[in-house]
Design a protein around this ligand. Structure first.
Ligand code: ZN
Length: 315
């Protein structure tokens, strides 16, 4: 596998990076050995990340493979049908779609990058044009069958759209990129003033399960390349003129969460915290991932204020 060592933080672009711990995953995956990877933390923004990490080409090849949408293992190591599993996120995605509808500018397209089968876009009841960007040919075909405009491309290979966008959706996408910092630096300029950015299901390395289970946290994976904390997300978005307007910790609305599962997981975590059980992989739990809705506010405010100035002001 094509691996790279990057000296700077791939979330904020700064650093320095220092080692947290090596990988301990045991599942065979692609053609790498887990011992090749390490988790590192950025001293500047606090984001965690895999380093060395799969290159642009390695990530693109992994996620573009049609087999990824035929069968696969979920974080519980269970074989699942990815299409069924994607459909089971509907309750969760409906919450994001409703929130986006309330804030979405009237003009401009909504671009879902890493759209999968287009489920999230299909739930967005707005008149704006919708564009699904999806590198996997099988998922892209299914998104097309929903009537969406589809671009079959990898996120980092995209060129700027001709017109400013009303929203960009990056749901379970940005952490799969080899250089999410460079991609955000480019793509955030594609949004119109007041435009929305949905960063869905970013893995939080400071969540309770990760604190208790350390390297056995279930979502550490070489193809989950960055793990920005909520503070790190805010730190990167603020200088670009974004404000975070909604935050969700989507557990109970996902196929991984329910009251019985929550009670069982809480008990398992308490036993592990007290070192009364050996450490296997951590369970699914509240806060493992966080979703953010941000709005490009700085220019939006500037323009709003400018428009309020009467044209007949005396000189
Ligand atoms: Zn950083």
């Amino acid at each position: 596998m094509d691996l790279q060592l990057t000296a700077v933080c791939r979330w904020c672009g700064a650093g320095p990076l220092r080692a947290v711990y090596p990988f301990t995953i045991t599942e065979p995956l692609a053609d790498f050995s887990p011992s090749q990877f390490q988790i590192q933390q950025c001293d500047a923004c606090g984001s965690w990340q895999v380093n060395p990490h799969p290159s642009h080409e390695a990530s693109k090849k992994f996620f573009s493979s049609p087999e990824r949408w035929l069968s696969g293992r979920d974080p519980d190591r269970l074989m699942v049908n990815p299409l069924d599993r994607a459909e089971k996120r509907k309750l969760e995605y409906q919450i994001y779609a409703q929130a986006m509808t309330a804030y979405l500018p009237e003009s401009g397209a909504v671009m879902d990058i890493g759209a999968g089968t287009g489920l999230m876009l299909s739930l967005l009841a707005v008149p704006n044009p919708k564009i699904a960007v999806e590198p996997n040919i099988l998922a892209a075909k299914l998104a097309g069958e929903r009537g969406l405009k589809v671009i079959n491309q990898w996120a980092e290979d995209l060129v700027a759209p001709k017109k400013p966008l009303a929203a960009i959706i990056l749901n379970q996408t940005i952490d799969h990129l080899s250089r999410p910092d460079l991609f955000l630096f480019k793509a955030l300029n594609w949004l119109a003033p007041g435009g929305l950015l949905l960063l869905g299901n970013l893995i939080n390395p400071k969540c309770l399960a990760a604190r208790i289970y350390g390297p056995n946290f279930r979502l550490f994976h070489p193809f989950h390349q960055v793990y920005p904390t909520p503070k790190a997300v805010n730190r990167v978005l603020t200088p670009f003129g974004f404000e975070i307007i909604e935050i969700w910790r989507p557990y109970f609305k996902t196929p991984y969460g329910s009251i019985p599962k929550f009670l069982a997981s809480a008990s398992a975590m308490a036993l592990r915290f007290l070192r009364l059980t050996p450490s296997g992989p951590s369970p699914a739990f509240i806060g493992n991932t966080v979703t953010y809705l941000a709005r490009k506010t700085l220019l939006y405010r500037t323009i709003s204020v400018k428009n309020q100035i009467p044209s007949s002001l005396p000189c």
